[in-house]
Design a protein around this ligand. Structure first.
Ligand code: NAP
Length: 380
């Protein structure tokens, strides 16, 4: 289809900012006849600089204006989706809705988009007349990108994996821009509490340790956004408590993965423990995988490496792992390194793997911008 009028809601938030940055880098706006930018708080003000003239910001709940669009791309959040999407569909709007929020992900009428992995599922959705195309949970999308080779039916490997157990180490960006700022402030408070002692070579390490833990536990540490200390700490719970012993984030790991793969009827069992750590925008994940076959290690590595164009295999050595398999090295890139691949002593069919990915790119913005290209039949 021709991308005539495409609306952008939530473009100034964290995911939206990365989306705009990527669309400018990839010249995606040249595919759109008329991009229209919306806001819930700044109606009438100038829109973003996308290198061409655009209208001032439109009101994000103006249903008449929204209904004039062919496609709506939103990174505004679940509350906005719940209200605007429902009203537009009720009044018969039949355009494409591309969304970063989780609200519509598990709806029977939606497709979760991650085209390097599930292009056939997306094409099937389009052929079935589906109009809601939703980005996956960041951790799930990064896991599926990393394990694509083992999971992906395109490569004829659909039945290689018996189950996956994953421990995640998730960055604070998953909690939004304000939580990122607060983590940096927390780091500053901790540093200031111990810096004089650290600078003094004669000081005791126990005094330094005490100054740090006292700062972490003190009222001086800002916790208004995250709710608890994260600097010098980790949080073994992300998202809502489902009263089943699992968090909502952990529940997403299984249901979203199988929906992305189009395997709802024959799901791969996946168990997650999701943990927040004090990194900025890269999620890391440690997998234990039981395979259905005893494959040689080099074959497993080859299958992983062939998964998609963004996966890179990191040699399972200390040097390569510390150089290439860390948030510090991956942040800001589209690369999905997979390393620490080895056979486990648990048995011949058990392997481990570790991955790191920038959750604002493949975990959030990238699948959305690529969906616009899929609608337009442009090259990806
Ligand atoms: P966000 O940064 O909180 O931005 C959402 C909206 O907040 C903005 O579009 C903006 O709307 C408003 N806002 C108010 N004050 C702002 C300020 N100072 N700077 C920028 N925006 C401000 O939300 P987000 O983290 O991008 O998440 C958006 C959606 O994507 C959520 O549904 C989230 O669950 C989903 N998602 C997030 C991630 C992630 O890593 N964070 C990953 C995948 C999916 P107005 O212009 O209308 O005021």
């Amino acid at each position: 289809m021709k991308l005539n009028r495409v609306g952008f809601v939530g473009w100034r938030g964290m995911v939206g900012s990365v989306l705009l940055q990527r669309m400018i880098e990839e010249d995606d706006f040249s595919l759109i006849e008329q991009p229209v930018f919306y806001t819930t708080s700044q109606t009438g003000q100038p829109g973003p600089d996308i290198g061409r003239e655009i209208q001032p910001l439109q009101e994000a709940f103006d249903l008449e204006s929204l209904a004039s669009l062919d496609v709506i791309v939103t990174c505004q959040g679940g509350d906005y989706t719940a209200e605007a999407h429902a009203k537009l569909r009720q009044q018969g709007w039949n355009g494409y809705w591309i969304d970063a929020a989780s609200s519509l992900r598990m709806s029977a009428d939606s497709t979760i988009i991650l085209d390097p992995v599930n292009m056939p599922v997306i094409e099937q959705g389009l052929a079935n007349g589906q109009k809601d195309f939703i980005g996956g949970n960041c951790t799930v999308s990064l896991m599926v990108m990393a394990l694509d080779g083992l999971l992906n039916s395109d490569l004829g490997n659909a039945d290689l994996v018996e189950w996956i157990s994953v421990a995640t180490y998730q960055a604070i960006s998953g909690g939004g821009a304000r939580q990122m700022r607060e983590l940096v402030e927390q780091m500053g408070v901790v540093n200031r509490a111990a810096s004089d002692l650290v600078k003094n070579p004669a000081s005791s390490i126990l005094d330094i340790d005490k100054a740090v833990i006292d700062a972490i536990r003190s009222d001086q540490l800002p916790t208004g956004e995250i709710g608890v200390p994260l600097a010098g700490n980790l949080l073994p719970w992300i998202d809502k408590d489902l009263d089943s012993g699992s968090s909502r984030e952990e529940w997403k790991g299984a249901v979203e993965t199988n929906k992305i793969l189009g395997r709802e009827a024959k799901p791969i069992p996946i168990e997650s423990t999701c943990i927040r750590v004090g990194t900025m925008r890269c999620h890391s994940q440690s997998f234990t995988i039981k395979l259905k076959k005893d494959l040689p290690l080099d074959e497993i590595e080859q299958i992983l490496e062939q998964g998609n164009d963004w996966v890179t295999l990191v040699e399972n050595t200390r040097e390569a792992s510390l150089a290439k398999l860390t948030p510090a090295s991956v942040s800001g890139t589209l690369t999905i390194p997979v390393g620490r691949v080895r056979k486990l002593n648990l048995g011949a069919r058990y392997i481990s793997a570790f991955t790191v990915g920038d959750q604002l790119l493949w975990g959030a913005a990238e699948p959305l911008r690529r969906m616009l290209r899929i609608l337009d039949h442009s090259s990806l």
